[in-house]
Design a protein around this ligand. Structure first.
Ligand SMILES: *[C@@H]1O[C@H](CO)[C@@H](O)[C@H](O)[C@H]1NC(C)=O
Ligand SMILES: *[C@@H]1O[C@H](CO)[C@@H](O)[C@H](O)[C@H]1NC(C)=O
Ligand SMILES: *[C@@H]1O[C@H](CO)[C@@H](O)[C@H](O)[C@H]1NC(C)=O
Ligand SMILES: *[C@@H]1O[C@H](CO)[C@@H](O)[C@H](O)[C@H]1NC(C)=O
Length: 370
């Protein structure tokens, strides 16, 4: 069945009888949002980090970043659009501006994206004091929320609740880096440690959701983590001679199981938030399951090998070299799931977004979640 969009409703509006028109308009209103506010890390950063570094050099400022859709580097850590772009398109909104460049002046009439490359959920001080581990990160969830609140106070003084009432909030993915930096940082880091702090990461995400609900948000999407055992940098860093460490797709079992433990805890937290906030809709988005679609059946999506990077070096997983302009571009990004060995391609994100918007990877398909 074809999906019914607001524009197709508009066409119906011209041809349909009055009663039918009324029904369509009601459906359209219910499913639309005036704004999207999003929080997260490099998975959905649309320019905050690149703005933050000013004149500093970064491969993110050069092609091949952005080559597929924008045809120029856009501040995204991708060849093209990222998940939040597909959500904005689905709700007929312009692509969200990154918040930081206009933090003091922007009106953000259709929302803003507060996500910053390399952000973590918990504050760096948590890891320093508990594990003597330095997370040299540019932002965390607390900093993004503080910025969000100051922007709201400026653009909607006295009407914060009304503004958030008609907004969709995307809380993440966030927390992936709380694990990435540990697992792929100091080789002495024990892989068993992050299980100890999963509950704190999940509680931090949960308290952020509660904060935006208390501010007036009615619809909040909480995405889970990806199957990190299928990510090229993990596959390269944690190679094993023991075949039973790999699943039938060639992914690292232990790391995928870890992601699933995080996701199970997060889902439980979402359930708790739902019962605590009957007036709000808190929806879990299963990014793990949505990504496993192209790991299991890559050919169905035109992807040759979902476990190798499109842009990188000539290691087994095309790692060994960062995605600089002097890296190897192994082919058209549309035929790859991994862009640079860590982040995904626009193609992969489009599959995940479709699975969340119209498929079975959100509690209710997001496009119909109203
Ligand atoms: C913390 O880590 C640093 C190096 O990263 C080390 O020099 C220092 O001894 C450690 N401190 C403790 C209390 O383990
Ligand atoms: C939020 O929107 C709903 C549905 O449009 C409405 O019933 C409710 O009164 C609104 N709440 C606030 C605080 O604006
Ligand atoms: C191989 O890995 C499996 C599980 O990952 C483990 O149970 C087994 O002991 C390992 N075998 C060797 C020889 O290390
Ligand atoms: C690739 O480019 C980066 C950044 O310009 C540079 O640091 C690196 O040394 C280059 N690598 C090679 C092999 O030329």
């Amino acid at each position: 069945m074809g999906r019914l969009t607001c524009s197709s409703s508009a066409i119906l509006l011209v041809v349909a009888v009055v009663l039918l028109v009324k029904a369509e308009v009601a459906l359209c209103d219910g499913c639309s949002y005036k704004r999207i506010f999003s929080f997260g890390d490099s998975i959905i950063d649309t320019g905050n980090f690149v703005f933050d570094i000013g004149n500093g050099q970064s491969p993110l400022k050069e092609l091949p970043f952005g080559m597929t859709f924008f045809k120029r580097p856009s501040g995204r850590i991708c060849d093209g659009r990222v998940l939040v772009d597909f959500y904005a398109e689905a709700f007929n909104l312009p692509l969200l501006p990154p918040s930081i460049p206009e933090e003091k002046t922007g009106q953000f009439a259709t929302g803003a994206n507060f996500a910053v490359f390399a952000s973590i959920a918990l504050p760096p001080s948590y890891y320093k004091s508990k594990y003597n581990f330095t997370m040299g990160v540019p932002s965390d969830l607390g900093a993004q929320l503080a910025s969000f609140k100051s922007v709201l106070a400026r653009i909607a003084p006295g009407s914060t609740k009304a503004v958030l009432n008609e907004s969709l909030v995307l809380m993440g993915e966030i927390g992936g880096n709380d694990y990435n930096f540990w697992f792929n940082g100091d080789p002495k880091n024990s892989r068993d440690t992050p299980d100890q702090y999963v509950p704190d990461v999940v509680a931090r995400i949960g308290s952020a959701v509660q904060e935006v609900i208390d501010l007036g948000a009615r619809a909040v999407v909480v995405p889970g983590n990806f199957p990190i055992g299928c990510v090229p940098v993990y596959l390269n860093a944690h190679q094993s001679g023991n075949q039973s460490d790999y699943d039938e797709h060639g992914c690292l079992r232990w790391y995928n199981d870890f992601s699933q433990r995080h996701n199970a805890a997060l889902k439980q937290e979402v359930g708790r938030l739902r019962s605590k906030n009957p007036g709000a809709k808190v929806i879990y988005a299963d990014y793990y399951g949505a990504a496993m679609q192209f790991v299991r059946n890559p050919q169905q999506f035109g992807i040759a090998d979902p476990l190798v990077a499109c842009c990188g070096g000539d290691g087994k997983y095309h790692t060994g070299k960062s995605c600089y302009k002097n890296a190897t571009l192994w082919g058209n990004p549309l035929g790859f799931a991994s862009w640079d060995g860590i982040h995904m391609t626009e193609k992969a994100y489009s599959i995940i977004a479709a699975g969340v918007l119209d498929g079975s990877f959100a509690d209710t398909p997001l496009r119909h979640f109203c």
